[in-house]
Design a protein around this ligand. Structure first.
Ligand SMILES: NC(=O)c1ccc[n+]([C@@H]2O[C@H](COP(=O)([O-])OP(=O)(O)OC[C@H]3O[C@@H](n4cnc5c(N)ncnc54)[C@H](OP(=O)(O)O)[C@@H]3O)[C@@H](O)[C@H]2O)c1
Length: 244
């Protein structure tokens, strides 16, 4: 029997990359998974791979009406929700001196406001034994050039888990952060090319980038009762990058 047998999960950004790897792992462990994202073609391709225990809902985490539609779909088909993996995230680089208000708004609308409403709107469907996982980043701990908005938004995710562990006292719902280091998603591989991937790998104590499945395995751990005494924590799956 899988460690997520009978559980219902929502994964934002679940059509690609880390979210898709987590969806695959959650389903292999027995869960039914709703993936959420803006690109219908990516959602369709993911559901075709993930099979009958996956559903897709199209929308943006920065649009409250879209999130309401997501949770209405979950309620209509499954009635309740056990796991929320608030994983959708994005970021681009601008060095101090070139930062614009639009750049900050875009990053924070998705990574901070989007994460807050993804979780807040899920709560009426959740109860005892529920698990919330936020995707942080090693960038939330380290300093890196040009990463002002993204790194600050991921540092915010770390504090959201701490604050919500307080706010959720007595509900039986846990909340933790999964903080990946450089992970070789399809997008990252395309964007970095062979040389870029070697550069990232060389920065890691483990001397390689993560496979998305390694992030999916950590997400499944945080989603399951294997992590039942953890809340408010950060799990770094970063090859040691932000730990030394
Ligand atoms: N890969 C890495 O090295 C790495 C390292 C540390 C942290 N992370 C974090 O890991 C998470 C997943 O990223 P990834 O690496 O797997 O990259 P990815 O493949 O680009 O995944 C990002 C996902 O988020 C979705 N998304 C973006 N904005 C959204 C919005 N407004 N509403 C709904 N969905 C949205 C995207 O789908 P649509 O565009 O179709 O909406 C996409 O499926 C992100 O939070 C990222 O910051 C990644």
């Amino acid at each position: 029997m899988g460690k997520l047998e009978g559980k219902v999960a929502v994964i934002t950004g679940g059509a690609t990359g880390i979210g898709r790897a987590a969806a695959k792992r959650f389903i292999a462990e027995g869960a039914f998974v709703f993936i959420f994202g803006r690109r219908q073609d990516a959602l369709d391709a993911a559901v075709a791979e993930l099979g009958p225990n996956a559903r897709a809902v199209n929308g943006s985490v920065s649009d409250e009406a879209d999130l309401d539609r997501l949770y209405r779909a979950v309620k209509a088909e499954r009635g309740a929700l056990d796991i929320v993996f608030a994983n959708a995230g994005a970021g681009s680089m601008l060095k101090l001196g070139a930062i614009t208000a639009a750049h900050i708004d875009e990053t924070f609308d998705t990574n901070v406001k989007g994460t807050i409403f993804t979780v807040q709107k899920a709560l009426p469907l959740m109860g005892q034994g529920g698990s919330i996982i936020l995707t942080g980043s090693s960038a939330g701990t380290t300093g890196a050039p040009g990463m002002t908005a993204y790194s600050a938004s991921k540092a915010a995710a770390r504090n959201l888990a701490r604050t919500w562990a307080e706010d959720l006292k007595g509900t039986g719902i846990r909340v933790n952060v999964l903080s990946p280091g450089a992970t070789a998603t399809e997008l990252a591989k395309q964007a970095l090319g062979e040389e870029g991937q070697k550069v990232f790998a060389s920065m890691m104590p483990l001397q390689r980038m993560a496979d998305p499945a390694e992030q999916g395995a950590a997400a499944a751990f945080l989603a399951s009762s294997d992590s039942s005494f953890m809340t408010g924590s950060e799990v770094a799956v970063d090859g040691g990058l932000a730990q030394l």
